[in-house]
Design a protein around this ligand. Structure first.
Ligand SMILES: CC(C)(COP(=O)(O)OP(=O)(O)OC[C@H]1O[C@@H](n2cnc3c(N)ncnc32)[C@H](O)[C@@H]1OP(=O)(O)O)[C@@H](O)C(=O)NCCC(=O)NCCS
Length: 200
């Protein structure tokens, strides 16, 4: 499969390029990215280079892992790399979504916009025509959970000892969106349950 862009509410989702190596290296030093995702530690330019030219390129080529750069406009003519969103496809109509943002791109809802756009594209009959997108996060990752809920995922529960993260077994929260959650006629979402954070 060839990489292709998605335009979503002012954001451009397209492929990571070699010009992104330094920004990817820099944001992968962020403590939250290290805490909640399986990025190699330490993370250097070679890791960013390998992610772009190896993992990303191969994933598109064999259609098993589709990675998009999330780019936000910072002026009339400039887009800044804000992070990435990706889908791992199981070859049977299901997929798992993953996403992250650079610290200076957080707090403005960009992940929700990007995740929502990729989910819609994944389930759309004119897109990837999948039946399901799964969200999984290490239990306790409230920022990720907020994004998932706002993007339309139904939170289903906790799977014990689901992920090995930096050598430690961790419980995971799981949520899903299935094709029936989208109103077919007009392409808008069916009612999305609003879940409140503790203390909210
Ligand atoms: C997950 C991530 C992409 C979300 O970015 P974002 O959309 O900009 O979201 P924010 O950081 O603004 O947080 C989203 C919401 O969660 C809330 N939140 C964040 N941390 C929280 C915590 N520890 N407890 C409760 N709520 C929390 C925020 O207040 C925000 O809610 P609000 O908009 O009502 O204030 C970003 O935090 C990130 O890249 N984290 C590291 C990588 C990661 O965890 N990826 C997901 C792996 S599954």
């Amino acid at each position: 499969m060839e990489p292709y862009p998605i335009v979503a509410d002012g954001l451009v989702l397209d492929e990571l390029r070699l010009a992104d190596v330094e920004r990817v290296r820099a944001y992968c030093q962020d403590p939250d990215i290290r805490l909640w995702t399986a990025v190699p530690m330490p993370y250097g330019r070679a890791d960013a280079h390998e992610f772009i030219t190896g993992t990303q390129a191969k994933g598109w080529e064999d259609g098993t892992e589709l990675t998009w750069a999330i780019r936000e406009p910072i002026s009339a003519s400039t887009l800044r790399l804000a992070g990435t969103v990706g889908l791992k496809l199981d070859g049977q109509g299901s997929s798992e979504i993953g996403f992250l943002l650079a610290p200076d791109s957080r707090g403005r809802g960009l992940a929700t916009v990007a995740v929502r756009a990729v989910v819609r594209h994944a389930l759309d009959q004119y897109g990837l025509k999948l039946r399901r997108v799964v969200w999984k996060a290490v239990a306790g990752n409230w920022a990720s959970r907020q994004v998932a809920v706002r993007a339309g995922f139904s939170i289903e529960g906790t799977i014990r000892s689901e992920v090995l993260l930096h050598g430690r077994a961790r419980d995971a929260w799981v949520g899903t969106v299935i094709v029936g959650d989208m109103a077919i006629e007009d392409g808008t979402w069916a009612d999305i349950p609003v879940q409140r954070l503790p203390g909210a």
